[in-house]
Design a protein around this ligand. Structure first.
Ligand code: ADP
Ligand code: MG
Length: 343
C-alpha cells in the first residue's frame, strides 16, 4: 500500500485507534475478568502464583524495519515476552502491549503489527488484555508485559541446579544470529545498488529463526507430561554462554559444556562459512534463540533420553570451584565468557 493511501493515526485519535485494536480481541481465558476497556485489566488465577515479565523492543536497537515485516515483528514480540514465562515453567495467559509511535506510522501499519500479535496469541492461547499508546519523537517503541500462572511448587528458578545435574537444551543455536547477518548483508548490497534483488533463497530456516521465532511451549508441556521438573531453567535469549553463566552462578555451581554436543543447524554452518564467522561463536554468543536451557538430576537421564529425544544433553553442572568451561573434542578447556550482542 502506498503511503498516500494510508490513514494517519491522528485522523482516528488514540481512543478510536485502541477501539479498533480491541475489536480484534476475543476474550476466552476464564482468568481474564476484565480485558481492554477500563483503567486496568483484572485477572484472577485460582490457586496459582502469578508470573510476570517485561520486554522492551526499540527500533534501531532490537529490530530494523527495512527488512522486518511488521506482522513478523508483532509475532516476535509476543514470543520474546512469553519465552520468559515458559522459562519459569509457567503458562502465559495474558499480555499487555504498549506502543510509542512516531508520525512515520499509519493506522494500517498498526493493523499489520497487531495481526502478527493476534496470530501469536491464538497459537499460544493468550489474550491481549491491555496496553498503552502514545506518540514518540523517533521511531517505534514496543513494550510487552507477559502474565502467566503456575502452581507455586512447580515454578523453576535459575537457582535450583546442583553439581552433577545434567545441562539440557531444546532446539538449536546461532540460527537467528545468522539470519540477522544474512539480512544485514543483503541490506548493505541493496543500499549500494537499489536495483539489485536480495538473495534470500535457500535460507528459510535461519530467516524464520530471526524473523518469526517460537517460544518452547511444546517442551514445557512435554516435561510436565512426563513428570520431569527441571531443577533450574532459563531461556536462551542472549547467547548460550551468557545464559549458561547466569544459570550456574545463580545455582552456585560450575559448568562443563561439550562443544561437539552443541546443536547447530546445517544452514547456520553454511551461512557462517559464507561470511567467515565461526558457527560455534554464533551458537555461544548469537542471541535471540528463545530456546530453553535447563538442568535435571542425573538420575533422570534415561527417562529424558526416552521421552524427550529432541532435547540435547550438552553438559553438566559441577562444583563452583571448578569454574565454567567449554570442552573441545581434543580435551581443551575454554573458559566461558559472556559477550551477548543484545543489549
Ligand atoms: P488510560 O488513559 O487510563 O491509560 P487508555 O485510554 O490509554 O487509558 O487505555 C484504555 C484501554 O485501552 C485500557 O484498557 C488499555 O489497557 C487499552 N489499551 C491502550 N493502548 C493499548 C494498546 N496499544 N494495545 C492494547 N490495549 C491498549
Ligand atoms: Mg493510557
Amino acid at each position: 500500500m502506498k503511503t498516500s493511501e494510508k490513514t494517519a493515526v491522528t485522523t482516528l485519535g488514540e481512543f478510536r485507534l485502541v477501539n479498533r485494536l480491541a475489536k480484534t480481541v476475543e476474550l476466552k481465558q476464564p482468568s481474564t475478568i476484565k480485558g481492554i476497556g477500563d483503567d486496568a485489566a483484572v485477572i484472577r488465577y485460582e490457586k496459582a502464583a502469578t508470573v510476570v515479565s517485561a520486554e522492551l523492543f526499540l527500533e534501531g536497537v532490537h529490530f530494523d524495519l527495512t527488512y522486518t515485516p511488521l506482522k513478523h515483528l508483532g509475532y516476535k514480540l509476543v514470543t520474546a515476552g512469553i519465552s520468559d514465562i515458559y522459562a519459569m515453567n509457567a503458562t502465559p495467559r495474558q499480555i499487555l502491549l504498549s506502543i510509542g509511535l512516531s508520525k512515520r506510522f499509519f493506522v494500517e501499519d498498526l493493523d499489520e503489527l497487531y495481526a502478527g500479535v493476534k496470530i501469536a496469541c491464538e497459537h499460544y492461547g493468550l489474550e491481549l488484555a491491555g496496553g498503552d499508546t502514545t506518540t514518540s519523537l523517533t521511531g517505534l517503541t514496543l513494550h510487552i508485559t507477559a502474565i502467566g500462572e503456575a502452581p507455586e511448587e512447580k515454578i523453576v528458578y535459575r537457582s535450583g541446579g546442583k553439581p552433577t545435574d545434567l545441562l539440557c537444551l531444546t532446539g538449536d543455536l546461532g540460527a537467528a544470529y545468522m539470519g540477522l547477518q544474512l539480512l544485514e548483508r543483503e541490506k548493505r548490497v541493496f543500499e549500494g545498488n537499489p536495483h539489485k534483488q536480495p538473495h534470500l533463497e535457500g535460507y528459510d530456516y535461519i530467516l524464520q529463526r530471526h524473523l518469526k521465532p517460537e517460544a518452547r511451549k511444546d517442551v514445557m508441556e512435554a516435561l510436565a507430561q512426563h513428570h520431569i521438573l527441571p531443577t533450574a531453567m532459563i531461556d536462551v535469549s542472549d547467547g548460550l554462554a551468557s545464559d549458561a553463566l547466569h544459570l550456574c552462578r545463580q545455582s552456585n555451581s560450575g559448568v562443563r559444556i561439550y562443544l561437539e554436543r552443541l546443536p547447530i543447524s546445517s544452514e547456520t554452518f553454511r551461512m557462517a562459512d559464507e561470511i567467515h564467522i565461526d558457527a560455534v561463536t554464533a551458537a555461544l554468543h548469537g542471541g535471540d534463540d528463545y530456546e530453553l536451557l535447563f538442568t535435571v538430576p542425573v538420575t533422570l537421564h534415561d527417562l529424558l533420553r526416552k521421552e524427550l529425544p529432541h532435547v540435547d544433553i550438552i553438559g553438566h553442572l559441577c562444583d563452583a570451584s571448578e569454574g565454567a568451561y567449554l570442552l573441545t573434542p581434543d580435551s581443551q578447556a575454554i573458559e566461558l565468557v559472556a559477550q551477548g550482542w543484545r543489549s
